[in-house]
Design a protein around this ligand. Sequence first.
Ligand code: DER
Length: 234
Amino acid sequence: DPLEQAKRAAAYMAVDQNVPKDAKFVGIGSGSTVVYAAERIGQLPNKDQFICIPTSFQSKQLIFDNDLKFGTIDQYLNVDITFDGADEVDSRLNCIKGGGACLFQEKLVASCSKKLVIIADYRKKSPRYLAENWRKGIPIEVVPIAWIKVKNDLINFGARSVQLRQGGTQKAGPVVTDNGNFIMDADFGVIDGDIKVLNDKIRGLVGVVETGLFVDMVEKAYFGNKDGSVTILF
Ligand code: DER
C-alpha cells in the first residue's frame, strides 16, 4: 500500500536522523503515522535508554506495544524530542492537528519538547497556506457545557461552519477526548491571514481548552512520497 509505505518511509527516516545520541525523554504523538515512529524507536539498539511520553491513550498503547519504557508528562517536563503526525503542514511548518481528537496532549507534550518533528504522508503537505487541502476545519477542544456558546462565538468572528464532532458509527453522540472534552471543527476557509492572531482569538474564548493550530512549534517535517522518497522541510 503506497500510502502506508510513504508513512513508514517518513517515520523511519525522521527517527534515524533526529533522535539525539544522549536523548532521555522522547514524546510519542498520536495517529496512524506515528505508529511507524514508535516501531522504529523500538528497533533501536539503545531503546532502553529512552523514557517515552504519550500524547493519548492510543499513544500509550504504542509505547507498550513496542516494549518501550513509559513515563508521563507530569513526571518528566523536559522532553528532548517529540515525533507526531499532522493533518496539514504549511510552507512555514505551521500545522493543523487534531484530526485524531488528540490535540490537547499533543500540544502539551510538544510545548515541553526541545524539538518537535512532524511525520506525514504526501497528502499533508500544503502548497502554501493551511486549510488549502484540509477541508474539515480547525479542530478545537472545548469543555462540553460550553460548546453552544463557543459555536456562536466562532460563527460571530467569521467561521463559515462549526461542527460538534460526532462519534458516528463508533460512538453515539459527540466524540469525547482523552481529557473528557468535546471537539469542534471550525471552517475558516484558507488560513492566509495572521495565523497567530486567529489562534490567539480562538484560544481566548471562554470554554476553549486548546486549538489544533500549531504555530511556530515545528522544527522539521518529513513527508513520505508515493515513490518511496521523502521530502524534508525545515
Ligand atoms: O490528531 C492529530 O493531530 C494526529 O497527529 C493525526 O491527525 C495525524 O494523522 P495521521 O493518522 O494521518 O498520522
